[in-house]
Design a binder for this molecule. Structure first.
Ligand SMILES: [Zn+2]
Length: 193
């Protein structure tokens, strides 16, 4: 059976974003993030992170450091909320750095969502993409997934950029916890935020 899925941005959505996060000891979860993910997991959603990590192409962080930060996020989620992310996908590229040139996985590209779809059977129609940036919302639009922009991270600034582009998200919520509550409300058949 195809699984409804929550595609999650990582930095600024689940954890605070100090910029090119490379130290697992510096990981701080955003308030309510663990509780939000637990609600969604218990409601039957697959939890997949899709994260742009251009710090790798820029030579500022390594794949190994990204892996350690991801492990630390799951460790904290498990410890405080008894939930874990099912899989972390990330794009290590940036078109201006490294040898790869332009890739299809860097959001707003849909490559990470496509990777997820080769690995998992996903019910796209009942899935959501939650993030704090223009690239997240556009990736959701490009993949035909409902988008929620959170107000944490870059969210409060990026909403006006999206408005100018006429690419508003389907929903805007204060944070990941409010997003989870909204999704459960929609799932139960209610219509409004
Ligand atoms: Zn990429």
């Amino acid at each position: 059976m195809p699984q409804p899925t929550i595609f999650l941005d990582r930095d600024g959505t689940i954890n605070f974003d100090p910029g090119y996060l490379n130290n697992p000891d510096a990981v701080r979860l955003i308030e309510g993030a663990g509780a939000a993910l637990k609600l969604l997991k218990d409601a039957g959603y697959l939890l997949l992170v899709i994260s742009n990590q251009s710090g790798i192409a820029r030579g500022l962080i390594t794949d190994e450091q990204v892996g350690r930060v991801n492990s630390r996020i799951n460790e904290l989620l498990e410890q405080f909320s008894s939930v874990t992310i099912d899989h972390f996908f990330y794009c290590p590229h940036h078109e201006l750095f490294g040898n790869e040139g332009e890739c299809d996985c860097r959001k707003p590209g849909t490559g990470m969502i496509e990777q997820a779809r080769t690995r998992y059977e996903i019910d796209i129609k009942n899935s959501f993409l939650i993030g704090d940036s223009v690239a997240d919302v556009l990736a959701g639009h490009n993949a035909g997934i409902n988008t929620i922009l959170v107000g944490t991270g870059n969210g409060s600034e990026h909403i006006s950029v999206l408005q100018d582009k006429n690419k508003l998200p389907n929903f805007a919520c204060l944070n990941l916890y409010e997003s989870a509550k909204l999704i459960l409300k929609i799932k139960s058949g209610a219509s409004a935020c």
